[in-house]
Design a protein around this ligand. Structure first.
Ligand code: SAM
Length: 253
């Protein structure tokens, strides 16, 4: 094994991450040339969680993306469906709350987190729009969403260089250092097939999130999208407006 196809069958994706789990973080650092650390700091700032708040780090893998919250005394729940990734994480950080769960059917109550974040995970989910709806469901009204994902470099020259790196150098380096080099071919292919910054922003808004905005990192290699769940009053107003529109439509018929 083990490389998932672009169909992203959940069993294949989970098995692929089980396979790479032991060396996942080291390989990540090498392939990103240390950039992941900077990207992660920006995500944590965007989440802006305070002590006493509950944060869901979805597709948390080994929990590297969850650690800064735990270190700051924030209650973070690290959720993932790869038991291999979760085991590596739990061994390293027994203090973090690791939970097995699928992003498209989350094992959490409605309105239970102040913020939900997902780093380099949404692209691997087989129904990403369903995951966006699930994240909305479990976020408290007025709560925040922060997504970090590989995206599309904005400058053509940079895009060409990056594509060259993804398709040639990355698999070559991965073949030397990873236990599952094939999974890095999936990584390159899945990045190329993923929607660009504006398309992802549109998905997020269409699934019910408000105030959607994004910021490009490293020239657009990564984009950090932010959004907010409508507050109770906004949601009630939106429902009332929909009801009024329906009544108006009926009256006109
Ligand atoms: C590239 S890793 C990212 C891990 C971590 N967030 C980080 O930044 O290092 C992607 C993770 O997404 C998880 N994943 C993919 N699809 C998932 C799903 N439907 N539900 C839960 N986790 C999923 C994989 O198991 C994997 O651990």
């Amino acid at each position: 094994m083990n490389r998932a196809s672009l169909d992203k069958r959940p069993d294949e994706v989970a098995a692929m991450f089980d396979d790479v789990a032991p060396k996942y973080d080291v390989v990540n650092d090498v392939l990103s040339m240390g950039q992941t650390r900077r990207w992660r700091r920006i995500v944590v700032d965007a989440v802006g969680a305070k002590r006493g708040q509950r944060v869901l780090d979805l597709a948390a893998g080994t929990g590297t993306s969850s650690e800064p919250y735990a270190d700051a005394g924030i209650h973070v729940v690290a959720c993932d469906f790869s038991l291999g990734m979760l085991q590596v994480g739990k061994r390293r950080r027994p203090d973090i709350d690791f939970v097995a769960g699928d992003a498209t059917s989350l094992p959490f109550a409605d309105n239970s987190f102040d913020a939900v974040t997902i780093s380099f995970g949404l692209r691997n989910v087989n129904e990403p729009r369903k995951a966006l709806r699930e994240m909305l469901r479990v976020t408290k009204p007025g709560g925040r969403l922060v997504i970090a994902e590989f995206s599309s470099p904005t400058l053509p020259v940079w895009r060409t260089m990056y594509t060259e790196y993804l398709m040639r150098m990355l698999p070559a380096i991965a073949s030397k250092i990873s236990s599952n080099p094939d999974s890095y071919i999936y990584l390159a292919e899945s990045i190329r097939a993923w929607p660009n910054q504006n398309e992802l922003a549109q998905w997020i808004a269409e699934e019910g999130w408000q105030d959607v905005a994004y910021r490009n990192l490293t020239g657009g290699i990564v984009a950090v999208h932010r959004a907010r769940k409508p507050g109770r009053t906004e949601a009630a107003n939106a429902d009332a407006q929909t009801a009024l529109r329906r009544r108006g439509t009926r009256a006109a018929l």
